[in-house]
Write a protein that binds this ligand. Structure first.
Ligand SMILES: NC(=O)c1ccc[n+]([C@@H]2O[C@H](COP(=O)([O-])OP(=O)(O)OC[C@H]3O[C@@H](n4cnc5c(N)ncnc54)[C@H](OP(=O)(O)O)[C@@H]3O)[C@@H](O)[C@H]2O)c1
Length: 328
């Protein structure tokens, strides 16, 4: 099979397509012929050698990629043969996704509903479970006003839709006019371009009082959004796309009456259940998956370049063209 191999941390060009031995499922595993592999923002940081935490740095050489979608072609001895042929999305457990085959835990496979496309299901695999988990964590209530950063992104775009559904007033903030137009098309009540000077004042004027901030960016954008919260507000810190988490002064937030929320680690089974919820929402037509860009496996470096340059909208996928070997 072919896989995208990282032999040294560095720029996107370090992602190189190579031939590797075919995967074989262990007793409790299923072999997935990969049609799509998910590319996540954090993988660009891992590839560059700047992961959010040192524990996330893989041993090299490595095949990045924590999410795949495709068809089950073989199973290990302890797994029900009946699942062969199923269309699934699943986590790889951290690595091995950017490849034509993935051997994965059979108990974590998630069936894709008939009416949901595989690419759309991939857009809901990680981003869907993350967004649903964050809305649960923040306990957004009808009538509240929420502010979502990077609102045109994978997680951000789903947060816009989910919080609208709850009955919140949604302010989506993103960089550039193409992105704010997309945020508005997802149903945000207000779309703010934070690449423009003076955006904080614009936001303050148009938003009124903000109850919840979803902070996936950190850095100065996260800090500016934190400062917009009223007493009693909640600040959900879940990412650092800027390169640094939002600096929150030790007792500053508490003194202002703002609660800081951070997602706790979850068991793999719980994460699968959250993805299933996202797929049910999509199948019912209540959640729109946005696949903004798809690259071939050999263009994995281009996918990373586009994400790091903030050029992407929604989910970014790699399409693995399956070799004849995959179908044996
Ligand atoms: N995907 C998941 O399941 C998941 C899970 C846990 C945590 N997270 C975290 O959530 C954040 C968003 O993840 P995502 O996968 O949905 O990515 P994404 O939003 O699709 O892409 C990241 C976005 O962050 C914004 N950004 C702000 N400053 C940036 C900078 N200096 N460089 C690059 N981008 C910058 C850009 O949007 P603008 O141009 O509009 O600012 C960019 O498009 C990331 O920090 C990620 O690590 C994601």
């Amino acid at each position: 099979m072919r896989a995208v191999v990282l032999r040294a941390f560095g720029p996107p060009e370090r992602l190189v397509l190579e031939w590797m031995p075919d995967e074989s499922p262990d007793v409790d595993q299923a072999l997935v012929a990969v049609e799509f592999a998910s590319v996540t923002f954090v993988e660009t940081q891992v590839r560059a050698g700047r992961p959010p935490s040192p524990a996330m740095a893989p041993r090299l050489p490595a095949v990045l990629g924590n999410g795949v979608g495709g068809v089950v072609t073989r199973v290990g001895a302890d797994v029900d043969q009946g699942i062969v042929g199923r269309r699934v999305v699943t986590t790889t457990g951290g690595s091995g996704g950017y490849a034509e085959q993935a051997a994965v835990r059979a108990d974590l496979l998630i069936d894709v509903p008939e009416t949901v496309g595989l690419a759309d299901a991939m857009a809901l695999l990680a981003d869907g479970r993350t967004a649903i988990g964050l809305v649960d964590l923040a306990a957004v209530a009808p009538g509240e006003t929420v502010l979502i950063e990077a609102a045109a992104g994978g997680v951000g775009g789903l947060l816009v839709q989910l919080t609208r559904q709850v009955g919140a007033t949604v302010i989506g903030a993103a960089g550039g006019q193409r992105k704010t137009a997309h945020v508005a098309s997802l149903g945000a009540d207000v779309a703010i371009d934070y690449s423009r000077p003076g955006w904080e004042a614009d936001l303050r004027a148009r938003a009124g009082s903000i109850d919840v901030v979803f902070d996936g960016v950190g850095g100065h954008i996260g800090r500016a959004c934190l400062d917009l919260l009223e007493p009693g507000g909640r600040f959900v810190s879940y990412g650092m796309a800027s390169g640094a988490f939002t600096q929150i002064p030790d007792d500053g937030a508490r003194r202002r009456g703002v609660t800081i929320l951070r997602p706790a680690p979850r068991e793999p089974g719980e994460l699968s259940d959250l993805t299933r919820r996202a797929l049910i929402e999509a199948a019912a037509g209540r959640l729109r998956a946005v696949v903004g860009q798809t690259y071939s496996l050999e263009k994995a470096a281009d996918a990373h370049t586009a994400i790091a340059a903030r050029q992407t909208i929604g989910k970014t996928l790699l399409r693995a063209t399956t070799s004849p070997e995959t179908h044996r």
